[in-house]
Every structure is written in structure tokens, then in C-alpha cells.
Design a protein around this ligand. Structure first.
Ligand code: BMA
Length: 821
């Protein structure tokens, strides 16, 4: 397949210096010949003391590891031991046979000077951009291509030193993160200089494809099809934008067709020399029914073939999908502020999901299997959304194709996080190009439902994270507005009219705009989305959570399992007090916070065998995390229809965070390597389409059914003594109508009465278990429970004798292995 997803014809395979395998291809009848320059390149450091071969796409760390120059960078303290790699400068070199054309770098990480046959052809400074360099006139029979990579750490520091007019904080990450400084001065994954869950590996490399494209008259840069509902015509259209690089003025015919929907149209194409684009609108026949794309749990995800035939270029087939998306912010009865929810195909949808971070510090090591396993795991937990968080990367194409197929909506941040940014002309120019390219690349995906300008940067100014003196505040607000509103928002709105744009997350959205884009309190629960973290308050007490319109981040840390940690540790590390345990913890006081939170309800591990105690500690952090996130998520789901003291109508719950970048304590529900933490198993339950939620309020036991579907059901409540599998009492409700998209109260009873009615039960001896089920048990909620006291006070608990059945994870992957085809 070539860059546009077209099947290519392999013409020749040549082997040249450094065993580079060059594959020359022509694609789909285009007048463009492609020479892939992926393969093995030569790599050396600045003083030449290291010289080896390295793969492209790839990065220096991976190259060094494959040659045995370094060990596993994730092992123990190697992130510190290998800091020298990122402080050095590196050169990639390759030679290839003659062709005339344009050299295309899909992604260089990050700061480089590129020369061909000794002549500098260009520079790069943004890992999120594609770079094209004209090289006609420089090509010889055999060509030497050299990419000189400057240390990203040095570059960022130099940029910072040169920025003398005023400071752009933060200067450095917190010491506990053991990271590098001034990441905001370089357009590179912001977490690559360390994060509160991730290591500092400021990679260098050629992280995406490289190729030579040669052409005589023109080459196609990209196709961007986007289906849109035309409210005036009450029908669907598909707009197709074509972007060309034109050498000679050309004319032709473009044929667009969607055979399944009996729709086709022909257009004249006329192109002038230079960068040229053309756009055409195909009207979908109104005589056929268009099957809509729905988020997972709400319907199917039909992907429909669109054929594009360009007489002077060739043909192409795309998969498109039809759906509408609106972000609704309207007044709510009895509540000040505005709603904040997504309407897909006209239907309000509660967003259930999590936040996505890069799956590896070395992106070349993210395989299709790894991505598939993570995304399938998200869907298995009934998630219908993932937020691609702004401190990482714009994900690879496969990520979005999988989301399209799985019905997982994507909240796409632009890559800015937890910082202020410079707004010099060259920086803005680079960002403008980045945003334009990324919007064009991702716009066709039905899964992408929203663009969002940054992570927490409105909040950073509003709450004065960086202690900016009051009189300078406006200056930073102006820079903020310039970057996110006057540039990024302006480009996105011009490029994409099919989905909403939000300037930040969290934000008060329309209210933030009214207040000059930086709201007084961007965490206001009456508006927009909210990020909420509290580690010290008791997470079992739902009253402590803000009743927000939309919870886009919340969470608790836990440690990954022993089997995952074991791969990067030695026995001396297996202790919560070890150097390793504090080294891997990048969140200040994180280890203490986890244990203190656990201590509120559980007896902390006290086994005399230190290794067993270590393993038990890991376990208790996962139990704590699962219980905390469950309580909070259930609170958000049951707040869907409520307005309490003017707050409520919560329409989204995305906990922080789905996945991990390495083996370390974090907020994730899936460990590095793909193993589910306890939380993920619990997410399968608390995100189920039909759930029951039990709470205690003012001495009453209250039970709710929260449902995505309309069902008639019966509630069953049982009280068990901790030491018995036979229920002490059982209650059953009458048939009750549970409204889809709503919350239904099923039961209310004073806890004291519940207990006295059930002989021999006290808060300490019994636990309440409940579920709801429909006719013939076709629909059934997962069984849920409410602890009436902390497990540490439970009376009668015995050591369980549990038999475990291991599920074969492979079979799950195999089932979905065709997804990426
Ligand atoms: C959020 C995120 C991340 C961070 C997480 C946990 O605010 O946006 O910056 O990793 O909190 O602290």
C-alpha cells in the first residue's frame, strides 16, 4: 500500500549501500513513481565514536538496543543511565540510485538538517509535520542522503535561552519526574521529556516513512473525503477535496461514486502550476436509505465504499461513513449555566471511556497487534470514546481506522499540554502547517467527533499554575488566544465544518469564550468539561465528587502487577521502600497517597515475607483504584438525569487513563504490555449498557438503574453474610420501566430497616448485592454491591478458596486480527 492507502505495484527491488532495500513502485496508474527509502540506514553520533546501522522508520534508542550497545531502556534506572543519548547529536545516512523527484519525510523526530549529495535540502523542527523537499537537479546516479539530528534537549534549551523578552513557563518538569527542560519550545511529544506517569526519553529518529516521489506533470498529495448532512436539501453529501502538487497546468475528469447508495457524479478538473486543490460535492441519492454510523453500543458501524477516479491520475477506493455530530450547549431548566453533551445522529449519547496516551516512548515499537489489543480492550469495557490526550502524539492512521471499525469515538486534542507556549512567527508557522496537515489526515474518520486545542492550558492561566504576576497575566492570555483561537481554531474551522472545536479541556466552552477564552474558573461544573482529582478525600464518598456536565478526566493511581514489573527489576527492587519504587513514581507523594487511600477501607498488607508483602501492596493499590474509579464513574452515570442544587445532567465519564507507556505506577487500567489491571475488569461492569448503582444517602439505601436501552425489568436485592454464599434475605421489585438514556430509581429504604428486616445482619456482617434483569433474563445488569462498612471492619470474612480460569488473550486478538486489514 502507498501513502494514500492505494495498492502499489512493485517494480524493482534494489540492494544498495548499508543493505537498504529500495522498493520502487508506481501507484494506481498515477503519473508518480515512488521509491521507498525505508530500510536500513547508517547511524553515527557526533564524534563518530558510535557508528552502526539503524532502521527507518525508527529511533536512535531502538537502533542502539538492537545492536546491543544499550540494554532495555525500560530496565530499572536505565532512563537515567541513557540520558547521554538524547544529549548527543546523531546523523542518519543512506544512499540510493538516481531518480528525479521530491523527497517526502512523513515524520522526523525532530530537529534536523537534511542534505542530499552534500547539499542541504532542508531543515525540520516539528515531529508532527510531513516535510517535502524538491530535489530535482541534485540527483545523481548514486545519491547520499544524510539526516543530521540535533539533540532535542539542546535545541529546546537554546530556543529558551534565545527567548529573552519574557519567560514562557514551565521551565522544567517537577524534580520527581526526572525529566528534561523547556519541552514547550519544541514541537515534539510533550511527554517525551517526562510526565507524571512516564519516563524522559527525548527520542531522535526518522519515525515515519521516507520516500522519493518522481513525476512529470503533477502528483496527488492527499484525498480528503468528508460526508456531511445538508440540512437545506435534507440529504447527505460527500465532499471530496483533492490536493495536488502541479508542475504543468492540467485538465481532466473526476468521477465520484458510491455504488451501494446508487450515487455518482462527474466533474471537470482544472489545475494550475504550484500547490493546487480542487473540491467536489457528490449528492447521495435520496431514493436509498443511508445506514448511519453509530458509536459502539448504539448501533452498527457501516463503512461504505467511495470510488474516486481521476482521469489524469488514476483510481482509488475509500471507506466512508455517515453520521452527524453536535456538541450541545443550551440552557437547562432549574440549572444555571449550559449543557455540554454530544448528539450523534440527532441522539444524545453519554460518552463512556477513557484517556489515551502514547503506547510506547519509542513509537517504532508500537505494533498493529499492540494497538489492536488496546482498542479492543477498550471496546470490551463498553467504551464508546477515547480522548487522544494533548501531551502525546497524533496517533498513526491504524489507530483511527480501528476506532472507525470498533465504534470508538475519538476526542482529538492538539498536541499542547500543561504549559504556556511561545508565539514567535516561526513557531506559529510551524504549528499552522501541523494543524492543517493533521486535520486533512484525520478528517475523513467518522470516529473523530471533536477537535480540542490543548490539555489544561486554559486552567493553567486561570489558576495561575506558574505564579505569573497579576500585571503580566493579560500578556499571557493574549498569547493563548493568539495560538489557540486566532490560529488553530481558525484553521480547523476553515478546514473542517463537520465537527465541533473546543479551545481547551477542561473549559467552560461558550462561557470561556464570553470571558475572553480564559474563564475565571474553567472547572465550573455548570459549564463544559471538568478534570477532577482528589487523592486525599475518601473516594467511597460520592458527595466529594463535583456533579459536572461532563467528566473528561478523573482517576487514581495503582501499581502494575508483579509479573509486569518483574521484567524490569531485580529482587532488591521488590519493596515499596526501595529506590526503584520511588524512582518509578513520577507523581509527587504518589506511593503514600495510594496506601493512605487504601488504608481508609482496607487492612494494609503485613505479611512477614517481604516479597509477598510487596506483591500484596501492589494488589491493594489495584483494589483501591478499581473501587475509587467505580464509585466515581457510577456517580457520573447516575447524575445523567439529575439536577441537584443546580448541578447535574452529566453526559460523559472518561477516566484517566486507559494505557501505559512503561512499567510504572500510573492511573491506567491497562498495564504496559497489555495486561488488564483490576480496574479494567471493573470497567467492563460499570460501563455496561445497563447497570445498577447502590448508594447511601441520609441514612437511606437507594438503588438506581442506569440504562442506555429501554427495558422492563425486575430488581433483585440480596443480603449476604460475609461468611456465607446463601442469601440472608432477598427482595424483588415489581416490573419497572427503565428508560433508555435515563436513570430510574428502583428502591429506597432506610439502611437501619433493611438490616433489622434481615435478621442477623449488621453493617459489619452483611453486604448488599443487587442486579436488574429483563424478561427471560435476556437483558441483565452485572451484579453490583454496596458495602455498608469498610472491608477492614467486616465480620466473618474468611480466606477464600478461589479457583482461577485463565482466559487465552490470544484468542481475543485473533478474533479481531482482521480489523486492521
Ligand atoms: C491530568 C492529565 C495529565 C496527567 C494526569 C494525572 O490532568 O492531563 O497531565 O498525567 O492529570 O496527573
Amino acid at each position: 500500500m502507498d501513502r494514500l492507502g492505494r495498492p502499489c505495484v512493485h517494480l524493482t527491488v534494489l540492494s544498495v549501500v548499508y543493505a537498504l532495500f529500495v522498493v520502487e513502485v508506481t501507484c494506481g496508474g498515477l503519473g508518480v513513481a515512488e521509491l521507498s527509502l525505508n530500510g536500513v540506514w547508517a547511524l553515527r553520533n557526533s564524534n563518530g565514536s558510535l557508528s552502526l546501522s539503524a532502521g527507518v522508520p525508527g529511533c536512535v534508542h531502538t537502533g542502539l538496543q538492537l545492536h546491543g550497545v544499550i540494554e532495555d531502556p525500560y530496565y530499572r534506572f536505565n532512563d537515567l543511565a541513557y540520558r547521554w543519548i538524547s544529549l548527543d547529536n546523531w546523523t542518519y545516512t543512506v544512499s540510493f540510485p538516481f531518480k528525479r523527484a521530491v523527497l517526502v519525510f512523513e515524520g522526523v523526530d525532530t530537529v534536523s538538517t537534511i542534505s542530499l549529495n552534500g547539499v542541504i535540502i532542508g531543515k525540520t523542527d516539528n515531529m508532527f509535520r510531513r516535510y517535502d523537499f524538491e530535489v530535482a537537479g541534485l540527483l545523481k546516479d548514486v545519491n547520499i542522503l544524510e539526516v543530521w539530528l540535533m539533540s532535542a534537549v539542546t535545541y529546546a534549551s537554546e530556543k529558551r535561552q534565545a527567548h529573552t523578552a519574557y519567560s514562557v513557563p514551565p521551565e522544567c518538569p517537577p524534580v520527581v519526574q526526572k525529566g528534561e527542560c523547556h519541552i514547550n519550545f519544541i514541537r515534539k511529544a510533550q511527554c517525551s521529556f517526562s510526565w507524571d506517569w512516564g519516563p524522559s526519553f527525548p527520542t531522535l529518529g526518522i519515525w515515519k516513512d521516507v520516500r522519493l516521489e518522481s513525476f512529470d506533470t503533477l502528483r496527488l498529495l492527499s484525498f480528503v473525503p468528508s460526508p456531511k448532512y445538508d440540512t437545506v436539501l435534507s440529504g447527505w453529501t460527500v465532499e471530496v477535496e483533492l490536493f495536488f502538487d502541479v508542475a504543468v497546468a492540467s485538465k481532466g475528469i473526476v468521477l465520484l461514486s458510491v455504488p451501494q447508495l446508487q450515487s455518482a457524479a462527474k466533474f471537470q478538473l482544472s489545475l494550475m502550476p504550484g500547490q493546487s486543490n480542487a473540491s467536489f460535492v457528490l449528492h447521495i441519492s435520496q431514493n436509498v436509505t443511508v445506514d448511519l454510523w453509530w458509536p459502539f453500543g448504539h448501533g452498527q458501524q457501516p463503512l461504505i465504499k467511495l470510488l474516486i477516479d481521476i482521469s489524469i491520475e488514476g483510481g482509488e477506493t475509500f471507506h466512508i461513513a455517515f453520521r452527524t455530530v453536535e456538541l450541545v450547549q443550551e440552557p437547562i431548566l432549574e440549572s444555571p449555566g449550559r449543557s455540554f453533551y454530544f448528539r450523534i445522529n440527532g441522539q444524545p449519547i453519554f460518552l463512556k471511556g477513557s484517556n489515551w496516551i502514547p503506547a510506547h516512548a519509542f513509537q517504532d515499537q508500537v505494533t498493529a497487534d499492540r494497538l489492536t489489543q488496546l482498542l479492543v480492550s477498550a471496546q470490551m469495557a463498553h467504551m464508546n470514546v477515547l480522548r487522544v490526550w494533548g501531551g502525546g502524539i497524533y496517533e498513526q492512521d491504524l489507530f483511527y481506522s480501528l476506532c472507525d471499525q470498533l465504534g470508538i469515538m475519538v476526542w482529538q486534542d492538539f498536541m499542547f499540554a500543561c504549559a504556556l507556549y511561545p508565539i514567535e512567527q516561526d513557531f506559529i508557522q510551524s504549528v499552522r502547517e501541523e494543524v492543517t496537515q493533521q486535520v486533512r489526515r484525520l478528517k475523513s474518520h467518522p470516529s473523530v467527533v471533536i477537535w480540542s486545542g490543548n490539555n489544561e492550558n486554559e486552567a493553567a492561566i486561570a489558576d495561575n499554575w506558574f505564579s505569573i504576576p497579576h500585571e503580566q497575566r493579560q500578556h499571557y492570555v493574549n498569547d493563548y488566544v493568539h495560538l489557540y483561537v486566532e490560529n488553530i481554531r481558525q484553521i480547523v474551522q476553515q478546514e473542517d465544518s463537520t465537527r465541533p472545536f473546543l479551545v481547551s479541556s477542561p473549559t467552560n466552552a461558550v462561557e470561556s469564550e464570553k470571558e475572553g477564552w480564559v474563564a475565571h474558573n474553567p472547572y465550573d461544573p455548570h459549564y463544559g468539561d471538568v478534570h477532577f482529582y482528589s487523592y486525599v478525600t475518601d473516594c467511597w464518598d460520592w458527595r466529594k465528587f463535583p456533579r459536572t456536565r461532563f467528566a473528561s478526566e478523573y482517576g487514581f493511581q495503582s501499581w502494575p502487577s508483579f509479573s509486569t514489573l518483574r521484567k524490569v527489576t531485580v529482587p532488591a527492587d521488590w519493596d515499596f521502600g526501595s529506590n526503584f519504587s520511588s524512582h518509578r513514581q513520577h507523581h509527587n507523594l504518589g506511593n503514600i497517597q495510594m496506601l493512605l487511600q487504601a488504608l481508609l477501607h482496607y487492612i494494609l498488607p503485613n505479611n512477614t515475607d517481604p516479597v509477598q508483602r510487596y506483591r500484596d501492596n501492589i494488589y491493594i493499590t489495584q483494589v483501591m483504584q478499581a473501587q475509587c474509579v467505580k464509585t466515581q464513574t457510577e456517580f457520573y452515570r447516575r447524575s445523567r438525569s439529575d439536577i441537584v442544587e443546580g448541578k447535574g445532567h452529566t453526559m460523559g465519564a472518561l477516566y484517566w487513563q486507559l494505557n501505559d507507556i512503561w512499567q510504572a505506577p500510573s492511573w491506567s487500567s491497562i498495564e504496559f504490555g497489555g495486561k488488564w489491571k483490576m480496574l479494567h475488569y471493573w470497567a467492563v461492569r460499570f460501563f455496561s449498557p445497563l447497570i445498577t448503582v447502590g448508594v447511601e444517602d441520609n441514612g437511606d439505601f437507594l438503588l438506581y438503574a442506569v440504562s442506555d436501552l429501554n427495558v422492563d425489568c425486575i430488581l433483585k436485592v440480596k443480603l449476604y453474610r460475609w461468611n456465607s454464599f446463601t442469601p440472608q434475605c432477598s427482595l424483588e421489585s415489581d416490573w419497572t420501566k427503565v428508560k433508555g438514556g435515563g436513570v430510574t430509581q428502583m428502591f429506597q429504604c432506610p439502611v437501619s430497616k433493611l438490616l433489622t428486616d434481615c435478621r442477623k445482619c449488621t453493617r459489619h456482617t452483611c453486604v448488599v448485592i443487587f442486579d436488574v434483569s429483563g424478561q427471560g433474563d435476556v437483558v441483565r445488569s452485572p451484579t453490583n454491591y454496596l458495602f455498608l462498612s469498610s472491608p477492614q471492619d467486616a465480620e466473618g470474612l474468611q480466606k477464600p478458596k478461589i479457583t482461577q480460569i485463565l482466559r487465552n488473550e490470544k484468542s481475543c486478538l485473533q478474533k479481531y486480527s482482521t480489523l486492521s486489514d
